[in-house]
Design a protein around this ligand. Structure first.
Ligand code: NA7
Length: 535
């Protein structure tokens, strides 16, 4: 075929996962290419440019661990680094190893078709280019398919409106009347960041989210030197915890007195990052009474930070317990509602009727706006797969196969689709843990499998259905024992803007914890990949 770009391996996506994956493939000597839909590398840190966007993993636990050179040359400036810095970091890594020359940007894959006779995939980009590869590795990102609501009149709004994933470059909100819909992790980062500069901010909140202080601060040169010395210990610590952080959970909720529990929570609230969930009693995830007591404690802290008691009550979730959806961490979020120019509109009390040319109309009246920010989240984990026309064996469409939820063998592959190896894919541990820690494990597992295939002249790899069934049982068992099993968040596939995704939770992520996951997948590799048909 003329005009077809042929490669041994194609990686789709140049985010945190794709960058490390291409490094490993280059080291293996593979003929590999990364195709990235956006104009440059960085994935989530390239796209999410909204004010306040930053890590809520400690920066030094988020960075790659695989290269001493990276650890030696990069200086994290804040405990929780911001988006521009994170994007600089990823560029630094790519430049250090000359990875850009193995990447193509602005190439969005629209379809992928398996050719059994040729034992390869044909990938067609939306710009008409065609690629062919024996091995495909997806690094699509679990949160890369933004979803918008469907309010009447959205197209008629005369001002600027956009999803947070596509925050316009150079947008100046000074003196503007801004409406923001959505109070997830994204919305909670934006509110305090723009409140001081806008003329007026109206936050349209449907369900409040629990949130806890991030406790960010800068990292001095001396501290960075200490962190460098401690890197081996840091990554070792992260490898032993369920969440892939240094925070270590404990048991013993009911053995402690209420006063002791309160003292612990007071202390954890002042610690940086996810200590409040990562170093807390593990019972809060399993036991409703334990979770309720913690939720009451956090609710009181919110009441202590918001001046107007009515506003405070509206900001306190009543439909789910603390830490049972993805917990946003915040900096002065609750204090923002004490400002005269910030207004909270509870959509439970006064739903949106429609968007007009100059604002948003709720059942209580009209809000005049210059800008509308849709902080309305993503079609998480499976969305990026559903948006590509992936046709496996016998032309079967993957999106149809996964209509009721994904099916995978240890989150790495799906049957009927030979060789796409999934990084941070559905039912892997990435979504529920410190993302890059799990990413590195995933890249290393995939790279070892490709190395094995090359050495053994294996040209076709496919997950077996029995392995999927076994994994489905494990994924469901790990999710169903936790209180999050009933939560309405992206962890469990809830998305009110997608038909059929408001109700029954899906099994999209693995909640058995990083160490258990790592042990399972390592055992598969050591045993010669049982559950995977290698030919
Ligand atoms: P999330 O956490 O899914 O939050 C989306 C928010 O948008 C949430 O408050 C939703 O309210 C709200 N939303 C969505 N659709 C609507 C409509 N139609 N009307 C009103 N409000 C709506 O997404 P984020 O971007 O904040 O965070 C995603 C992840 O990115 C985050 O967890 C980090 O890992 C990074 P709802 O709860 O559905 O009532």
């Amino acid at each position: 075929m003329s005009g077809v770009h042929e490669h041994e391996v194609i990686v789709i996506g140049a985010g945190v996962a794709g960058i490390y994956q291409i490094k490993r493939l280059v080291d293996l000597g593979a003929d590999a290419l990364v195709l990235e839909a956006e104009e440059d590398l960085g994935g989530t840190w390239f796209r999410n440019r909204y004010p306040g966007c930053r890590f809520d993993s400690e920066s030094y636990t988020y960075g790659y661990s695989f290269s001493q050179e990276i650890l030696d040359t990069w200086h994290w400036k804040e405990l929780f680094s911001s988006q521009p810095e994170n994007l600089r970091y990823l560029n630094h890594v790519a430049d250090l190893f000359g990875l850009r020359e193995h990447m193509r940007f602005g190439v969005r894959i629209g379809s992928m078709t398996w050719d059994e006779a040729a034992c390869s995939w044909t990938l067609t980009a939306t710009n008409g280019e065609t690629f062919r590869a024996r091995f495909v590795i997806t690094a699509l990102g679990p949160l890369s398919s933004p979803t918008l609501p469907a309010f009447q009149g959205m197209d008629e709004f005369a001002g600027e409106s956009f999803h947070t994933f596509r925050w316009p470059d150079g947008l100046d909100l000074t003196g503007k009347r801004v409406g923001q819909i959505g109070t997830g992790a994204t919305g909670i980062q934006i509110v305090p960041s723009i409140a001081p500069i806008v003329e007026h901010l109206t936050v349209f909140q449907r369900r409040p989210n629990w949130s806890s202080p991030l406790n960010n601060r800068s990292i001095t040169d001396e501290e960075m030197a200490e962190i460098r010395l401690r890197y081996p210990e840091i990554f070792e610590n992260c490898s032993t915890t369920v969440g892939g952080f240094e925070h270590v959970p404990r048991w013993g909720f009911w053995e402690a007195t209420p006063e002791e529990r309160r003292a612990l929570w007071d202390e954890l609230s002042t610690r940086p990052g996810f200590a409040i969930i990562g170093a807390n009693y593990a019972e809060i995830y399993f036991d409703e009474a334990a979770n309720q007591e913690l939720s009451n404690f956090i609710a009181d802290r919110i009441r202590g930070r918001v001046d107007d008691p009515e506003v405070a009550e509206k900001l306190i979730p009543t439909d789910h317990g603390f830490a049972l959806q993805r917990l946003p961490l915040e900096t002065n979020y609750f204090e923002a509602y004490n400002r005269d120019n910030v207004e909270l509109v509870s959509l439970q009390d006064t739903p949106i009727v429609r968007v007009t040319a100059d604002g948003i109309e709720t059942t209580a009246g009209h809000h005049d706006l210059d800008v509308i920010v849709y902080a309305t989240g993503f079609d998480a984990i499976t969305g990026a797969f559903d948006r590509v026309d992936i046709r496996g064996v016998d032309g079967v469409l993957l999106a149809d196969e996964w209509a009721d939820g994904p099916r995978t063998a240890v989150g790495m592959m799906t049957s009927g689709c030979p060789t796409p190896l999934m990084l941070a894919g559905p039912q892997s541990v990435s979504g529920s843990t410190n993302f890059p820690r799990a990413i590195e494990d995933g890249v290393e597992w995939v790279s070892d499998l490709i190395e094995h295939a090359r050495a053994e002249e294996i040209t076709r790899i496919e997950a077996e259905q029995a392995a999927e069934e076994e994994w489905a049982t494990e994924v469901a068992r790990m999710q169903d024992r936790l209180l999050i099993r009933n939560s309405k968040g992206w962890f469990t596939g809830y998305n009110a803007n997608l038909a059929g995704r408001e109700g029954k939770p899906r099994y999209q992520a693995y909640f058995g914890g990083a160490p258990r996951y790592r042990t399972r997948v390592a055992a598969i590799a050591e045993a010669g990949y049982p559950g995977f048909d290698l030919r």
